[in-house]
Design a protein around this ligand. Structure first.
Ligand code: MSP
Length: 572
């Protein structure tokens, strides 16, 4: 009875250990990475970084990698006249490089061509077979190489003129295929998969749960889990049958197990995954096939599938034929990698497609990272106001005076008091755009406070009597920057790190719990080695060259300085 219950708990994916295992999809190596791929990885990375920050006692593990078998890869290598193994090495390395540049802190980067993975697939296959879930059958149907899947008639669109058939969902062409395959008894798992999908917070956002339940409301056909080796040779052989290779999606899905050491016992410490991040186009594979495969071998399916929508570019689907594929490396030359990360997380929402436009990227990065965050740090650290380059402690009597006299000080304090709880709520749901909204609102309040408190007037007075008030204004401003820096670490780890470095915040004081502490920081020197220039405005160049990050133009810098000097002198 108890064993039955434990088994049920295990099968439904109820976690009873403290490991938090997160995965990204593994990326096809048929083409170079684009921003859509990076988006899957950035979501997973920001999620993991938040988990580490918020739950420091928990073990967090992030796995990503490349999906390297199948016809699609075979064909891509042939088209480039490169040996397929070498082709996989080259493209896989590009993913690794992009992820490194983008600060994706993965614990494992798996490649399906690795020996450890071949062993895991063979073991998984043998378990499926020994449990009677696989049978051999003559199979015929429409195969879509781009999507690496068989499709039923109802999933196709027929071009009236040419008679050619295409996948309704992806638009990719299909070809008629007749062959002997091994089949998996998917139909037997229909009820269990439906039950799993319906568990609270299993599929997020909820609209994707509905899509799965719609699919599950029709009888599920069994699926082919192998292809003849003479058709698909770049794949893992079926154990004890060299005439067949393992279907690439079964091969690919098992990577999540390989990464944690399956079939060796150690994998149980990380199983099941707490969250698997996927794009909407691979929902069927992860939301139906994957839990069914796992249940069939007696393993728990994942705790949660987090499904994101796609990026379009200027309203168009990204595609090589439209020449509109956004390369993250090139985009980072304009926006910086941290800027790109911020834009993707700030502008993307999981439930609907996002539009990548240069104009929008420029507007958001300039107004939020440069003008709102970066500018406030520069102003608070300016030598004219802060000649001793200090992060001062506030003076209690001046703090209460400011809070009583300056409305903007009160609004800033309120905003800061709510910051942690609000952002926590948003991070828990991967609502990064709302985290950014909340942080930017606090930074607006801080900028507004700085303007209203007019610290330059106190400086211009230069009397010792003004010093405590001036220090209190700077302290409050730097506190706001410090809190926002702590909150932003999962989204823009390098920029947030530089901000906290400048403010001399030690590593032990960068955790989430610090946000709820009301103890004021003690006075300290700013870090002279770190620049106060956090994010330079991106200036659109007049000729058709791409926009580049530039230092504040001489003209606007002198204009700003004049304004501050004027304000300073008018108060004397
Ligand atoms: N290899 C499979 C996944 C196997 S996982 C066991 C695959 N690879 S992929 O390279 O085509 O896609 C990887 C991820 O990138 C998917 O989550 C997919 O949704 C995502 N994206 C691909 N194009 C995208 C956009 N235009 N926008 C956002 N994400 C996109 O599928």
């Amino acid at each position: 009875m108890l064993i039955g219950k434990i088994k049920l708990i295990h099968t439904l994916g109820v976690r009873c250990h403290s490991s938090h295992y997160v995965t990204t999809p593994i990326f096809y190596v048929n083409a170079a990475p684009h921003i859509g791929h990076l988006y899957s990885a950035v979501i997973a990375d920001a999620h993991c970084r938040y988990q580490c920050l918020r739950y420091p006692d928990q073990t967090v593990r992030l796995c990503t990698g490349t999906d390297e078998h199948g016809t699609k890869i075979q064909q891509a290598a042939a088209a480039h006249k490169v040996n397929v193994g070498q082709y996989c090495d080259e493209i896989s390395a590009r993913y690794r490089d992009v992820f490194k540049a983008a600060g994706i802190a993965h614990d494992d980067f798996i490649r399906t061509t690795e020996q450890r993975h071949k062993q895991a697939v063979a073991h998984f296959w043998q378990t499926l077979q020994s449990r009677g879930h696989i049978y051999s059958a003559a199979y015929s149907g429409w195969y879509c190489v781009s999507d690496e899947t068989f499709l039923t008639d109802s999933q196709l669109r027929v071009d009236e003129q040419s008679g050619a058939r295409y996948s309704l969902e992806s638009g990719h062409p299909v070809e008629w295929t007749e062959e002997t395959n091994y089949m998996f008894r998917l139909s037997q798992f229909q009820d269990d998969v439906r039950h799993w999908v319906k568990q609270e917070a299993r599929i997020r956002p909820a609209k994707f749960e509905k899509i799965l339940l719609d699919t599950l409301s029709e009888p599920l056909p069994d699926v082919s889990v192998s292809r003849p080796s003479n058709r698909v040779h770049w794949a893992i052989p079926v154990p004890n049958d060299d005439s067949q290779t393992v279907y690439v999606w079964l091969d690919a899905l098992i990577n999540y197990l390989t990464s944690v050491g399956y079939p060796h016992e150690q994998y149980v410490a990380n199983w099941p995954p707490a969250q698997q991040v996927i794009g909407k186009d691979i929902l069927k594979f992860h939301g139906i096939y994957w839990p069914a495969f796992l249940m069939a071998v007696g393993l728990a399916p994942p705790q949660q599938l987090y499904v994101h929508s796609h990026w379009t570019v200027d309203g168009q689907k990204m595609s090589k034929s439209k020449h509109n594929v956004v390369d993250p490396v090139q985009a980072a030359e304009q926006y910086t990698m941290e800027g790109l990360r911020y834009f993707l997380l700030r502008e993307g929402v999981a439930h609907s497609d996002g539009n990548f436009s240069h104009v929008k990227a420029l507007r958001i990065l300039n107004s939020e990272l440069a003008d709102t965050l970066g500018n406030l740090l520069s102003r608070a650290c300016a030598k004219s106001l802060n000649p001793q380059q200090m992060y001062p402690a506030p003076h209690a009597e001046h703090l209460s005076e400011l809070l009583q006299q300056v409305d903007a000080a009160q609004r800033l304090q309120e905003s800061m008091l709510q910051l942690a709880a609000r952002c926590e709520q948003h991070y828990e749901c991967n609502h990064f755009h709302l985290v950014a909204d909340t942080v930017i609102a606090t930074l607006h309040a801080a900028n507004n406070f700085f303007e209203c408190a007019k610290p330059w007037e106190l400086k211009a007075g230069a009397s010792a009597a003004n010093a405590p008030r001036l220090e209190t204004i700077i302290a409050l401003t730097m506190d706001a920057l410090r809190h926002c820096g702590i909150v932003l670490q999962p989204m823009i780890p390098q920029l947030a790190g530089r901000l906290l470095d400048k403010l001399q915040v030690p590593g032990s004081q960068r955790s989430w719990s610090v946000l709820n502490e009301s103890v004021p920081v003690s006075s300290r020197a700013l870090d002279a080695q770190s620049s106060a220039l956090l994010f330079q405005r991106i200036v659109e160049q007049r000729d058709d060259k791409p926009a580049k990050q530039q230092t504040e133009s001489k003209r606007s810098k002198s204009k700003r300085q004049k304004q501050e000097q004027k304000a300073a002198s008018s108060s004397t």
